[in-house]
Write a protein that binds this ligand. Structure first.
Ligand code: FE2
Length: 343
């Protein structure tokens, strides 16, 4: 039995999750070959809310995380009914993310690991979104459609890798902003209530479509022209119609790129993960693409698509059983750590 405590603090969320597994194997192998079941014991989290009309203020968000990391840790230990001495492995989100926020989980995990004489792993936040979705959905080797605030990428694993190795490959991605940030900036420009993405989605359900700029280049896509036009359209179109047209256009761009990736790779499984994976309409559109290509579509429960600590613990256990080891002195936050740099 191995118990891992993971801490997340890349952006607006401070989260602590605890997971356990019976598997103890240490073998170099592709991630898709991991077999042991992992149980999520607790997934405690608290959200920093920016001031009205503004995005995340890094220093204030980091102060929020520093203030609440101990209460959230205590809540997680209490709900899971474990003590710190029961933890075999500590993990934290090492990047990508906001530098000031990343330092909170890094410092907390290092303090706990050194204080209890236990090992520590620094986990890539994007990798954690992918891994927890794949694992909880029982998928083997899916095509990943990763849609969050800052990141929007179509990712595969194991292409052109030697046996026993594993590497992520970004087949396509946004050429400017992430999907969540697109909705966030649009909503702030339009004066919508927080949370912005949910408000755009709510209004979009009542709207009708009008044409907006659509940019797909191979398996890459872009949103800047779409955003500018959608904001400008607010003078002549209703908020509902503008929200609807913005969402439909952005989702269609990603679906076209994902379909191209599906044809290229021949994958039989697709999972959508990250914060925007909670959008019902996007899941509906992507599942239609999958059904046309005979691929299974899956999306994990909302608490695992929002930023959370359980996905950090979950991924750390998978990496630990694959034989990954790190020293505490070598670990420092990396705000620009891309998924295709994870080895
Ligand atoms: Fe995230």
């Amino acid at each position: 039995m191995t118990v891992c405590l993971g801490i997340e603090s890349t952006a607006h969320t401070i989260g602590v999750g605890i997971c356990e597994t019976d598997s103890g194997g240490h073998a170099a192998r592709p991630r898709s070959a991991s077999a042991g079941a992992i149980r999520v014991l607790v997934n405690a989290r608290r959200l920093y809310k920016p001031p009205a009309g503004q995005g995340i203020i890094p220093r204030v968000a980091a102060d929020h995380h520093a203030e609440f990391v101990v209460p959230i840790l205590q809540e997680a230990l209490s709900v899971a009914d474990v003590s710190l001495s029961d933890i075999d492995l500590f993990a934290f989100s090492r990047g990508p993310g906001i530098g000031q926020c990343l330092r909170v989980s890094c410092a907390a995990a290092k303090f706990l690991a050194s204080g209890h004489g236990k090992p520590i792993l620094g986990i890539n936040h994007c990798h954690a979104h992918l891994e927890v979705s794949r694992g909880l959905l029982g998928m083997q080797d899916p095509l990943y459609v990763y849609v969050s605030g800052a990141n929007t990428q179509i990712i595969t694993e194991n292409l052109r890798c030697k046996k026993g190795q594993s590497r992520f490959l970004v087949l396509g991605e946004t050429l400017d902003m992430g999907l969540g940030n697109l909705f966030d900036v649009f909503a702030r420009e339009a004066g919508f209530e927080y949370p912005h993405g949910s408000e755009v989605a709510r209004l979009a359900e009542k709207g009708r479509y009008f044409s907006l700029p659509y940019t797909v280049k191979g398996m890459n896509f872009a949103f800047a022209g779409l955003l500018t036009s959608a904001v400008r359209s607010l003078g002549e179109h209703s908020r509902e119609d503008a929200s609807h047209s913005l969402m439909e256009t952005a989702f269609a761009e990603i679906c076209e790129a994902a379909e191209r990736a599906l044809c290229l790779t021949g994958k039989k499984e697709v999972t959508v993960c990250g914060g925007v994976a909670q959008n019902r309409r996007f899941c509906e559109m992507l599942s239609l693409v999958c059904s046309e290509h005979g691929a299974r579509f899956g999306v994990a429960a909302p608490e695992f698509n929002a930023d959370n600590g359980a996905m950090i613990a979950y991924t750390a256990l998978r990496e630990w059983e694959r034989g990954k080891r790190e020293t505490i002195g070598s670990l420092k936050p990396d705000g620009y750590w891309r998924i295709d740099e994870v080895s």
